[in-house]
Design a protein around this ligand. Structure first.
Ligand code: BG6
Ligand code: MG
Length: 214
């Protein structure tokens, strides 16, 4: 009997690292608008949707911005971000991540993605993982973003597993809260370890193999 039937992975910050690309794209937009933006603010954008990320950046904007203008800047940010994502290749997928995913699959786990990003499929394609996961739940199939559990609940639905049989892997506090709200255990990795919400804390990605064992 397995401890979990399925593992649902956040993408950005878990399977791959896109922080620097998000930073560069948001920085270009913020600079054009004359808004202060730094890495610390960028860290607050982890796990939250594109629009919510922009609202956080606009906390330092003195004027009001119309919804149409917001859409304009979101489109611009995404164009810059997508151009940067074209630099990603299968070489950006670490051997540790690939071997751990393969190990989890060999031990009979279903593997899914639960990401707030609307670019999730594009990123997975760049990494050579376009066809790898059993299901992808992302920013295109949700109406509420993390910490709402919708993205993970949908992922569990897509792979036809009860939420209590799924383990979520997350690098953002909003993502851990989403997993908990969805009745799922969660493994924290990276900065998310510090918030103390994880059912497990991973020092490194391959620790997942130990988590699902015992
Ligand atoms: C999440 C990132 O995975 O996706 C956030 O952690 C980002 O920083 C969000 O804002 C939305 O991404 P995208 O690709 O739809 O702009
Ligand atoms: Mg993340």
């Amino acid at each position: 009997m397995k401890k979990y039937n399925a593992i649902i992975f956040d993408l950005d910050g878990v399977i791959c690292h896109t922080d620097q690309y998000h930073y560069e794209a948001w920085k270009a937009v913020a600079d054009e608008l004359g808004i202060y933006f730094d890495e610390a603010i960028n860290n607050r954008l982890r796990g939250v949707s594109r629009m919510e990320s922009f609202e956080i950046i606009l906390e330092r904007y003195e004027k009001e911005m119309s919804e149409a203008d917001k859409e304009h800047w979101l489109t611009k940010k995404n164009e810059i971000y997508k151009a940067l994502l074209k630099n990603m290749s299968p070489a950006d997928l670490s051997l540790e991540v690939k071997e751990t995913l393969d190990g989890l699959r060999e031990s009979g786990h279903k593997l899914a993605i639960g990401s707030s990003s609307k670019n999730a499929r594009f990123i997975l394609g760049q990494l050579g993982l376009g066809e790898y996961f059993d299901a992808i739940s992302d920013g295109n199939n949700i109406s509420k973003s993390k910490p709402d559990p919708e993205v993970f609940v949908k992922a569990a639905e897509y792979i036809e597993e009860a939420q209590k049989h799924c383990l979520v892997v997350e690098d953002a506090e909003a993502g851990l809260k989403a997993a908990i709200a969805g009745g799922m255990d969660c493994a924290a990795i990276g900065d998310a370890v510090g918030c103390g919400l994880g059912t497990y804390n991973l020092a490194t990605f391959s620790d997942l193999l130990k988590v699902v064992e015992n």
